[in-house]
Write a protein that binds this ligand. Structure first.
Ligand code: SF4
Ligand code: SF4
Length: 122
């Protein structure tokens, strides 16, 4: 049997956890049979709070880019460009180090609720 990994991503030798599976399909003692890495797993799945950029405040110092532990801030031509939400884990370091408070952290649930409400209004 191919062992399951608790991560929602899919490794070379493991299958992703499914919403309809139960504990009997997990590996014995929760063993992990292969190392994970950001190329294989979209670590942004773990995030519960999301950084949101305020372009009007940003002075493009790229201090956030330097400090992000997940290389999830994309810069283009020496300027802040966007977040890589597929890998950003929502640690909030970028928001903490930004000297002009151009990054705010919002709960993913709150963002989902707002998007749902906006769609319902359309
Ligand atoms: S640290 Fe703040 S001001 Fe500097 S590039 Fe990042 S968001 Fe912009
Ligand atoms: S929240 Fe953390 S992982 Fe996401 S962009 Fe900011 S510093 Fe990087």
């Amino acid at each position: 049997m191919t062992p399951f990994n608790r991560n929602f991503g899919q490794g070379r030798n493991t299958k992703a956890v499914r919403l309809d599976m139960n504990w009997k399909e997990l590996t014995k003692a929760g063993n992990i049979y292969e190392p994970g890495n950001a190329a294989t797993y979209e670590t942004g799945d773990w995030r519960t709070i999301r950084p949101v950029w305020n372009k009007d405040r940003c002075i493009h110092c790229l201090i956030c880019w330097r400090y992000c532990p997940d290389a999830s801030i994309i810069s283009t031509d020496g300027k802040f460009d966007s977040f890589d939400y597929k890998h950003c884990k929502g640690c909030g370091i970028c928001a903490s180090v930004c000297p002009v408070h151009a990054i705010d952290m919002f709960s993913e649930d709150e963002i989902d609720r707002r998007e749902e409400a906006r769609k319902n209004e359309e």
